[in-house]
Design a protein around this ligand. Structure first.
Ligand SMILES: [Zn+2]
Ligand SMILES: [Zn+2]
Length: 274
């Protein structure tokens, strides 16, 4: 993590939570920008019952980092892509490099790709062209598609329907409402929930979680972002997933172990076999 002006990176990490009763994994993490060596992130995650991590690419350097980390560590898997915020004038050669990186057997997804109308850093035309190119890469390589959808729900769903979705689609940091969760469920899209589902003002997101079937649920940190309650504002890492999983179980009214078992099975179906 780069040091920002208010010295955020010097804030200390929260304590290790109680270990989950059944091992899960982190479906979406940025290992390269968490301010801890990968080996230590894996060790603390394991102690919390988070035994695998999918690390995500946002541009070519972070995608290369993801492939290298996956090659170096058994329990790390990679996703490669150009993030929608990074798509201004994106060249075909760059997209070909993404596809080349995706050939590595431990790359299990194309992502994060999609549409971001909240940040709006890249023109919509470029975002759409890149998103469609990534959909085709996922289909050609047979990998899952990991979608970043920020205030672009209708267009993301429309592009997927128009282009033809790959077999496995994951909405990372799911941010739709219950109606959208129902559409995703009908289409078999997987919904990955992050720490923001624990935030006070996130009732519509909790409604979405209640509407999402257990067999289409994943959990993620999006670390170093979106630290769950009770540690909101502190840096995030994969070992903090138990806070999110326990909150999710309570929201859905299921046993923590039952939810963990479902998440583990869903993960193997989407990103596996491990
Ligand atoms: Zn994202
Ligand atoms: Zn992300």
């Amino acid at each position: 993590m780069s040091r920002n002006a208010d010295g955020q990176s010097s804030r200390s990490f929260p304590p290790l939570p109680e270990r989950l009763p059944v091992d899960v994994f982190d479906s979406h993490c940025h290992l390269d920008i968490v301010d801890t060596p990968v080996q230590e992130q894996l060790a603390s995650a394991k102690a919390a019952g988070v035994t695998r991590i999918v690390t995500i690419g946002c541009d070519l350097p972070s995608s290369r980092f993801a492939v290298e980390a996956a090659a170096d560590f058994d329990d790390v898997y990679a996703a490669v892509a150009i993030h929608p915020n990074e798509t201004t004038g994106v060249e075909d050669a760059v997209l070909r490099d993404v596809e080349r990186l995706a050939a590595h057997p431990k790359v299990r997804a194309i992502g994060e790709t999609g549409l971001d109308y909240y940040r709006d850093w890249a023109p919509k035309d470029d975002q759409h062209r890149s998103f469609r190119a990534h959909i085709e890469i996922a289909k050609r390589t047979g990998k899952a598609l990991v979608i970043h959808d920020r205030e672009a729900h209708d267009d993301v769903l429309a592009v997927l329907a128009d282009a033809g979705a790959p077999e496995r689609v994951v909405f990372h940091c799911f941010s739709g409402d219950a109606a959208m969760a129902e559409v995703c469920a009908e289409r078999g899209y997987v919904m990955s929930f992050a720490g923001n589902v624990t935030f006070k003002n996130a009732e519509p997101l909790r409604e979405a979680l209640r509407a999402a079937p257990l067999d289409l649920l994943l959990v993620e940190t999006d670390a170093p972002f979106l630290t769950p309650i009770p540690h909101r504002g502190k840096p995030n890492a994969s070992y903090l997933i138990p806070h999110t999983v326990r909150a999710m179980a309570e929201i859905k009214g299921v046993d923590v172990a039952e939810l963990c078992t479902a998440i583990a099975a869903n993960g193997e179906r989407v990103f596996g076999p491990w």
